[in-house]
Design a protein around this ligand. Structure first.
Ligand code: NHW
Length: 398
């Protein structure tokens, strides 16, 4: 679309009209954090859905219905995010989508699809979930927008702006005026820019599918040895998180996330939802002190496989992504090493992490290699006085 992904495009026909920070804003002209639009009320919000091109219609998807969940799953499996070389495509599982789309307080109206009227085929989707996100000193009632997807045959027809405006309308009807989202692409204007890092767990498969290459002067045998991990975690007292841990984990997370400039504020109910162990979706562990019985640390990662496009040996790459991890009594490198061990022993091929939290300092020693993908964080209708460095980002989006 004219953007090399590193430099802004000359013109953003849609984003130039939206209440988001623009690239051409004078540096230093922004004094304080605050909304971009003039204040509005629910009464100001249009009660009718946006117009769609002929032959298309809006649908509110019911995630509880296996059939409707399957339609979203199939749309995303075939048409969602691919890497720059089109070798891999995110393959969120149905169980994962249910977890991601139904946190406490979720609104069905924010699971928004577009169908072809005649056939009923689902051809586009966008979602929002409620979240309280603190940005600097302000706790914002927001939605997190995710899973924006348009069928490949309907690309570049300006359908995405219609989806974005419609979800905005549906969210505004609930008196919510701010949103948070992440994307690999460069849009006006990131609040933070983060870097992906990857740690090989199953180097042989990663090389076979073209995810990584044998390093110069390295044999396969030496590579396997380099990345080899113990069978079991090393931290005494580390175990799967259980429901009874929720109050302590909520407090532990809250006190940790205070150190970051953008971070969620999570209720006990939300912690219960986001961190309940669910194999192949979300893996969560705590360290329980053998002396006091108190929970001192948290470690978690989620499973997001990618389809391997056009490889006849493998069709799925199983990736683990770092979620919320809190070093309390255990040093972060040790906790993260246990995360690698657990991700490996649960069948993941690679462990991905961003340079957010304190990760930057420890990724190299844990044998992560820098990726070629960036992830940008964006705020809708909220201006910040200063960009946030990756090391001050404390929010993970799925
Ligand atoms: S990022 C993943 C987005 N999805 C994918 O990459 C899947 C594969 N690609 C597609 O399906 C996580 C299409 O290419 C999409 C664009 C649908 C991406 N975010 O319809 P047109 C999220 O889900 C702009 C925002 O012709 P298309 C976060 C683009 O710059 N905008 O393009 C989602 C251009 O605008 P411009 C994006 O290729 C956050 C316009 O779309 C974008 O057929 C959404 C072109 O539209 C992206 N990832 O469809 C915002 N990619 O100004 C939420 C492209 O440059 C905002 N564009 O002319 C908050 C709303 C709630 C507020 C509540 C208060």
């Amino acid at each position: 679309d004219g953007s090399d992904g590193r430099r802004p495009k000359a013109n953003y026909a849609f984003w130039g009209t939206q209440p988001v920070a623009q690239f051409n804003e004078q540096p230093g002209s922004t004094v304080t954090d605050g909304p971009i639009d003039k204040p509005k009320t629910v009464a100001d919000v249009c009660k009718e859905p946006y117009g769609l091109p002929q032959n298309f219609e809006w649908v509110t998807c019911n995630i509880d219905s296996d059939a409707e969940l399957k339609e979203i799953y199939e749309l995303l499996s075939a048409h969602y995010v691919e890497d720059d070389d089109n070798m891999f495509r995110f393959a969120y599982s149905k169980e994962f989508l249910r977890w991601a789309l139904q946190p406490p307080g979720y609104q069905q109206a924010w699971h928004c699809g577009v169908r072809v009227a005649a056939s009923g085929k689902l051809v586009a989707f966008i979602s929002g979930i409620p979240a309280t996100v603190r940005v600097n000193a302000c706790a914002l009632k927001t939605v997190e927008i995710n899973f924006l997807c348009v069928h490949k045959k309907l690309r570049h027809k300006r359908l995405a702006p219609v989806l974005i405006k419609e979800i905005t309308r549906r969210v505004n009807l609930h008196d919510i005026w701010q949103a948070v989202y992440t994307a690999g692409v460069l849009l006006p204007k990131p609040v933070a820019e983060c870097q992906y890092w990857h740690r090989s767990l199953n180097p042989k498969k990663l090389i076979a599918v073209g995810f990584s290459r044998l390093a110069p002067r390295m044999t396969m045998a030496r590579t396997l040895k380099l990345y080899k991990l113990p069978e079991a975690p090393q931290t005494p007292g580390l175990r799967q998180m259980e429901d009874r841990d929720v109050p302590q984990v909520t407090a532990l997370l809250a006190s940790y996330l205070r150190h970051y400039l953008i971070a969620p504020e999570l209720s006990e109910e939300e912690v219960r939802h986001w961190l309940a162990f669910q194999a192949d979706v979300i893996y969560s562990y705590v360290v329980e002190s053998p002396e006091t019985g108190r929970v001192t640390d948290l470690l978690s990662f989620y499973t997001l496989p990618s389809s391997v496009i056009g490889n006849d040996q493998y069709d799925l790459l199983k990736a683990a992504y770092m979620f919320y991890t809190v070093p309390g009594a255990t040093p972060l490198p040790q906790l993260m090493n246990d995360a690698l061990i657990l991700a490996h022993s649960t069948g993941h091929d690679v462990f991905n992490a961003l340079d957010i939290f304190e990760n930057e300092k420890i990724l190299k020693e844990l044998k992560f290699g820098i990726g070629d993908g960036k992830l940008r964080y964006y705020l809708f209708n909220w201006r910040v006085a200063r960009d946030i460095p990756a090391s001050k980002v404390g929010l993970v989006m799925l």
